[in-house]
Write a protein that binds this ligand. Structure first.
Ligand code: F6P
Length: 390
């Protein structure tokens, strides 16, 4: 982990913020110090987050208190990953400047996926016109699930030349989706959304900006168009983290960018959803912290409990849903996630070695097909639902 952060993520941070670093030596030396720590992760004790004006400082003191003497390797992986990104924004003084060191990558992710996005939105429009809510939701849920395989932490943004490959890859991914599903509660999700008191509010705990975010917007669009929700609330990171994770401004930038690049749905519908509040964007620093989801500030619990269904996107959010624990893989999802304050659906491609709710036969199949890395490449996915009240 520390090597990937140092040799990949940190290298890109230097390169993509070169202009700023040239006249801000304090930021450069902060990055240099972090790089030094990561060269000797087994002996570098994790320094506390300093007062950088962040409203989350006391929370981070609490998070890091048990690890005051820990180094990069002996503190839990999830904690050090979130901590790394919190250190980065401390170095860049995000809370004083609003400077997003990952802006460039997020932008490349969006631009590099423009052709693919147009193709996908056009397909979604055809599906909507056909008028069948089940087909429309199916298309949108699986686009949103497999959109998570495109995240920038695994797929560095590339030039336009690679866009065709991405389009092809994504087409293949969608096609292969049913084969690569290790748990599929789609029909229960649909029944729930169509159930008593249909419509109302549906939430999405968002993961990455770029192409994945576009697929989440498609999901939110489908929910409204087919009257499966009357409002969609997006939960976004309060500050830059995990490279490409989406913040409120990334959603607005994305809709604006697509609207000005002839994506008609973005121009005609998505912009007005944002204006009317049918799409409601809510940012909280909690989403950028390593707590298991059963440890929540009261206001987050209160907020989520208003929802008819919360979609939880991506691998890092899924790890938090499971408390990053090593559950037996066949443990029913309901047994793990029944603490959630509302009905919940996880849309996750597997990128970390943990999981639940997967039948033994499916796990065996995946192990046979990709013995070395079936859990970490995003090849396999799950759609898992539970309603704690049922
Ligand atoms: O964007 P996602 O789906 O949350 O994936 C991020 C994942 O990448 C990693 O940082 C490395 O694989 C995992 O720790 C994390 O779960």
């Amino acid at each position: 982990m520390s090597r990937r952060i140092r040799d990949d993520i940190l290298v890109r941070i230097y390169a993509e913020n070169e202009e700023l670093l040239a006249f801000k030596p304090s930021i450069k030396s902060g990055l240099d110090q972090l790089k030094e720590e990561l060269k000797t992760p087994q002996t570098s004790v994790l320094p506390p987050i300093q007062d950088d004006g962040g409203p989350d400082l006391a929370v981070w003191e609490g998070i890091m208190a048990p690890y005051a003497q820990s180094n990069w390797l002996d503190a839990p992986w999830l904690v050090t990953e979130f901590y790394f990104y919190r250190r980065i924004i401390q170095i860049f003084q995000y809370f004083r400047t609003s400077y997003d060191p990952f802006h460039h990558q997020k932008r490349l992710g969006l631009e590099g996926a423009l052709e693919l996005t147009k193709e996908l939105v056009a397909r979604a429009e055809e599906v909507h016109k056909a008028g069948d809510p089940e087909t429309a939701l199916h298309f949108a849920v699986f686009a949103s699930l497999w959109g998570n395989k495109m995240d920038l932490s695994l797929w560095p943004s590339q030039s336009d030349g690679a866009a065709a490959n991405k389009a092809q890859t994504f087409a293949n991914v969608l096609e292969a989706s049913s084969v690569n599903l290790l748990a599929d509660d789609f029909s229960t999700v649909l029944a729930h959304l169509r159930g008593a008191g249909a419509s109302g509010r549906v939430d999405i705990v968002v993961d990455n900006a770029g192409f994945e975010l576009v697929t989440d917007l498609l999901l939110a669009d489908a929910l409204l168009l087919h009257k499966l929700a009357s409002q969609v609330v997006f939960h976004l990171k309060g500050h830059p983290t995990f490279v490409s994770d989406a913040m409120e401004k990334d959603v607005r930038d994305t809709v604006h960018y697509l609207a000005s690049h002839q994506v008609v749905a973005a121009r005609d519908r998505w912009s007005s959803y944002l204006q009317t509040g049918q799409w409601d964007l809510r940012a909280h620093n909690y989403w950028a912290q390593p707590f298991p989801f059963w440890e929540r500030p009261d206001e987050v619990t209160e907020d989520l409990s208003q929802s008819r269904l919360v979609f939880v996107k991506g691998d890092a959010n899924y790890r938090r849903l499971l408390g990053d624990r090593d559950w037996p893989l066949s443990t029913p999802f309901a047994d793990v996630a029944s603490y959630f304050p509302s009905p919940v659906t996880a849309l996750r491609t597997l990128k970390a070695e943990l999981g639940c709710g997967m039948a033994e036969g499916e796990v065996e199949r995946a192990r046979r097909e990709k013995p070395r890395d079936w859990m970490v490449t995003g090849t396999y996915g799950v759609v898992q639902f539970t309603d704690p009240d049922v």
